[in-house]
Design a protein around this ligand. Structure first.
Ligand code: NZQ
Ligand code: ZN
Length: 394
């Protein structure tokens, strides 16, 4: 087990009707004037936004509204949010929506006290040193942004999608009501299931030696998500299934399933280029490239893929030929994604093949224009990344 730090300070309030506590929670964290940040239409249509406004009024909190966050949230709205917060003297940010809304809210929180352009934090030109406090009512089980230290923003002018990781991104609280997930379209439910699995898989398939407790937590989480993911797809109003997936989503990205391992993250990093260039849903992008990545790297640690097959998919581990089990595990994962209605190749994702030029461009962007390699189980440079996109482009 490698040395690690575990810090997950977000207060989680989970269950039916918990969003009613939002005003009281903001007050506990010292908020007086709140920016309520939300997405396109779902929070309005479901009546959630009305309930949030009522809860804020009940606590005599002042607030301003800023909607319009798009999936793959844009830096332009972040900048508008920063200006609004300064003008209105906002001292607390509340995100109401999916991961995109939460990430946009985190970016605004970082940008308000910063004199330069907030994109500097995403472009790695500067590190944030302070942020406005923020909390959330999360309405999509997927990213884990409700407790994570990440925010991922797209600069629309050049299609660059970049993450900023800092402890300042940790929300003060998250209010998680599984009933808010009932209105999700099946496609978004499925994207979320893939993303939750991938936050654990991107940690699981990475160096770390013997790490039994973390590995077993990871395997249990994956089994739970696979089982209840299928239930959510068939029965969207199943409270228990939605609850299992929701909580798994937070645990999958608060580092618990990767403690003591270095983390790989190649699939995530390659996906960010796909959604940066083509504006596709993150979970669908992950699903489209995972198999090509797995087939490219599995020989680096065949026993790990075989163990995954045995412990997660309950395959018989063929000790004489573990490669057979490893390949069967990759196939089982791909079949599961497909059973959710997710694309399992780039053409399925985009409705067309990516061109050679597009794959070359994504590969170079993914290395930050030659400044980094990615991956852990296998270190990947520009040519490897291009090869994996090609492998997925069939
Ligand atoms: O905009 P509205 O109308 O709210 O609709 C959204 C959006 O169209 C809809 N939706 C959300 N909750 C709903 C709902 N529709 C009906 N009922 C509900 N309860 O779902 C659509 C997608 O929303 P979005 O927030 O984009 O999805 P998700 O939560 O998957 O977030 C994806 C973004 O998060 C980033 C991704 O790259 C992507 O930009 N990630 C953030 C991470 C983090 N901060 O830790 C980690 C992830 O790996 C990921 O990279
Ligand atoms: Zn993700």
């Amino acid at each position: 087990m490698n040395n690690f730090e575990f810090y997950s300070p977000t207060k989680v309030i989970f269950g039916k009707d918990v969003e009613q506590q939002v005003g009281a929670e903001i007050k506990k964290w010292g908020g007086n004037k709140v920016l309520v940040h939300y997405g396109g239409s779902s929070a309005k249509q479901s009546g959630l936004l009305d309930r949030v406004e009522a809860a804020l009024k009940e606590e005599n909190l002042k607030y301003v509204l800023l909607g319009g966050v798009e999936p793959n949230p844009r830096i332009s709205l972040v900048r508008a949010g920063i200006d609004l917060c300064r003008k209105e003297n906002v001292d607390f940010i509340l995100a109401v929506g999916g991961g995109s809304v939460l990430d946009s809210a985190k970016a605004i929180a970082l940008g308000v006290p910063y004199e330069g352009d907030v994109w500097d934090f995403y472009d790695r030109k500067a590190s944030p040193s302070e942020a406005l406090p923020h909390g959330n009512i999360i309405t999509l089980a997927a990213t884990g942004s409700e407790t994570s230290s990440s925010s991922v923003i797209t600069k629309e002018e050049n299609g660059l999608k970049r993450g900023c990781n800092t402890e300042l991104n940790r929300p003060k609280f998250t209010l998680m009501n599984p009933e808010l997930l009932y209105t999700l379209p099946p496609y978004q439910t499925a994207c979320g299931i893939v993303d939750i699995m991938m936050h654990t898989l991107d940690r699981y398939f990475s160096p770390g030696g013997i790490n039994e407790i973390t590995d077993r937590i990871a395997e249990a989480l994956l089994q739970t998500v696979i089982q209840y993911g299928t239930v959510c797809m068939k029965d969207p109003y199943n409270y228990e299934a939605r609850s299992e997936i929701f909580w798994a989503g937070s645990l999958s990205h608060n580092h618990l399933t990767g403690l003591g391992r270095m983390g790989d993250w190649a699939v995530h990093q390659m996906e960010h280029e796909l959604s940066g260039m083509f504006d596709v849903a993150h979970g669908a992008g992950l699903s489209a490239i995972w198999e090509a990545w797995a087939l490219y790297v599995y020989k680096e640690d065949i026993m790990r893929f075989a163990r995954y097959g045995a412990n997660v998919w309950k395959l018989n581990l063929n000790y004489e030929n573990p490669e057979e089990t490893a390949l069967a595990a990759i196939q089982a994962t791909k079949d599961y994604f497909s059973s959710l209605g997710m694309p399992i190749s780039i053409p399925q994702l985009l409705g067309k093949k990516a061109t050679d030029e597009e794959m070359r461009e994504m590969a170079v962007k993914c290395t930050f224009f030659g400044k980094r390699t990615i991956g852990g189980i296998k270190i990947l440079g520009e040519e490897d990344i291009y090869n994996i996109y090609q492998g997925a482009n069939k």
